[in-house]
Ligand binder design. Sequence first.
Ligand SMILES: Nc1nc2c(ncn2[C@@H]2O[C@H](COP(=O)(O)OP(=O)(O)OP(=O)(O)O)[C@@H](O)[C@H]2O)c(=O)[nH]1
Ligand SMILES: [Mg+2]
Length: 685
Amino acid sequence: MAVFHKENIRNIALIGHGGEGKTSLLEAMLYKTKAIDRLGKVDDGNSVSDYDQEEIARKMSISLSMAYVNYKDYKINVLDVPGFFDFEGEMVAALSVADAAIVVTGANGTVPVGAEKALEYCQEKGVPTLIWVNGVNKENSSFDATLDAYKNKYGSKVVAIELPIMNGNNLVGHVDILEGKAYDVNKAEIAIPANLEGKYQEEDGVLLESVAESSEELMEKFFGGEEISAEEKKAGLKSLFVNAEKFPVMAGVAVGNAQITGLLDHIIDFFPAPGESIKTASDAGELVCDENGKFVAQVFKTIVDPFVGKLLMFKVLRGKVSNGDVVLNVEKDENEKISSIVALRGKKQDAMDTIYAGDMGAFAKLNYTQTNNTLCDPTAVVKCAPIEFPAPVISFAVSSADKNSEDKVFAGLYKLMDEDSTFKLEKNAETNEMILSGIGEMQLDIICKKVKNKFNAKAELREPRIAYRETIRKMVEAEGKHKKQSGGAGQFGQCSVRFEPGAEDGIFEFVDAVVGGAIPRQFIPAVEKGLREAAPKGIQADYPVINIKCTVFDGKYHPVDSKEIAFITAAKLAFADGCAKASPIFLEPVMHVDVIVPDNYMGDVMGDMSKRRGRILGTNSVSGKTVVSAEAPQVELAKYATDLRSMTQGRGKFTLAFERYEEVPATQAAKIIEDYKKRLAAAEK
Ligand SMILES: Nc1nc2c(ncn2[C@@H]2O[C@H](COP(=O)(O)OP(=O)(O)OP(=O)(O)O)[C@@H](O)[C@H]2O)c(=O)[nH]1
Ligand SMILES: [Mg+2]
């Protein structure tokens, strides 16, 4: 394959709301540049970038995929990002390496939430973003209404650079506002259609005003009424675009006789080359994209294939890498020998010898490397700033449907974790459950499907158990007596214990107040041991008892039959009897929640919190959004990620942190006991 240097490389991410045509647009780019000889369709399951079994089944992207497009003398690396909210991590990964983004948006006159979130993220990170109004051939579509919707939301940041020329539902050409010319679909110049003249003048005015902002010189020309040439317009808008100050808007069609050539041209002449827009941070400061420097690359995505092994997508940030090189994995502190570099087109791999700074590819056959690792020249160690993936917000307990394939389920899940940095698998030591956490229910469901497809084992999800605690509210005294005299040596131990709320360490306190040898000294530790063993096993259910003080103050013994084990058992009996009478209660974990929503959702969020037994602590305004701070029981927040998403159409975010334990109300306590009995019954079966 031809070798590409940074001037001739463009790295772009296709992002936006789900189902607006990102994957189709990439397919069209490949088709129009003759990389493929027929235009695949997402719906037919034969597109280049939606190749995974689950993507084909669901007719949607679920994982970031990469394909290079050769156009003129350029290599355009396109990252096709899934739009559905659960896969936000894929967008974060793509935008950590892309030098620009294209928000693909339908032509139905609205700004969908996915596009809004994508633009917000790009603005936050300073990623140059073009808006591609897709599917102008669809019934009832309107480019003008869509442009207006974006202008209403983003004001003068939005600048049309092309107008589609429609004949009914057919796209037959476009007006290039930068050049002030019109072209048909074969790029032959035509007159600007009379019905578009007015619109063209209007948008050209917006464009000129925008361009004037790019330099003093153009500003003077603009106000002086002097003509600004097409070249000046292009250069001015390019610098505003590259600085993420303006969103140029174009339109087209990604299916059928796809119309996207204008986009390809703009990608090569308008979009930033690597290093021109996004700066790469590292522990040694900014990394300058220079192929003569020492090698540094960052791995931004891993694909796991049970047969082929792992494929690691990377971007070379400095220097170059060739087969045969030995590089250092900085995070793992291990050397890796590079032996298989490929360029990807969906699942298709094209072997490469060398990749230069600014370009992307994938490594196969590495031993230690994972997503978010830096690979570098061992003589110039530097660590890239890590990609900050979104933290998990929803959890389920995961188990194997079939007891015999438990190992396979967990091994599969651990392997898939390489592929998706936004889910975690952890054992909850307290409830003894394996907890699978992620961004949304669909993501976790798909992970389980992948375990089935790729590792042939069935994983099951259920709501996780809450780590309740138990305690007592009253002081009581109780007696425990253990006596056994059937055959052989007997056993005898008896103790009187006072149980009361409160413990020095907040968990368990033991006091020996036995006088006069009612229990001989050597058996006091046995009493303590019995009580300490009983406490973690619960009172009304099987949750650990905390904040309890146990004072042994009396007892009886037998000179022959008293043994350690007899006092341990007696103490346990005293514990069960005493605590049951001491007004036992359950305690539940209460979480601190910060919910970040656009202002107009504040009321809904607060109302909903009170239905969850939540307490509002306050509200705050942060960069145009409201932060609602509240406390609510963990059990009421189990599916908050899903509920908040539907309450805010996906615009809300939240963080959770454990705050403290609090008493469970009686109705809730009854449920806990019922659940415990069910578990007991199930365990007996
Ligand atoms: N008429 C028309 N349909 C289109 C166009 N582009 C895409 N579609 C259809 O829209 C649907 C969704 O297209 P995709 O390419 O899968 O959209 P996506 O943005 O990749 O979706 P996600 O990956 O799920 O976010 C498919 O049925 C496409 O055939 C277009 O330009 N015109
Ligand atoms: Mg897609």
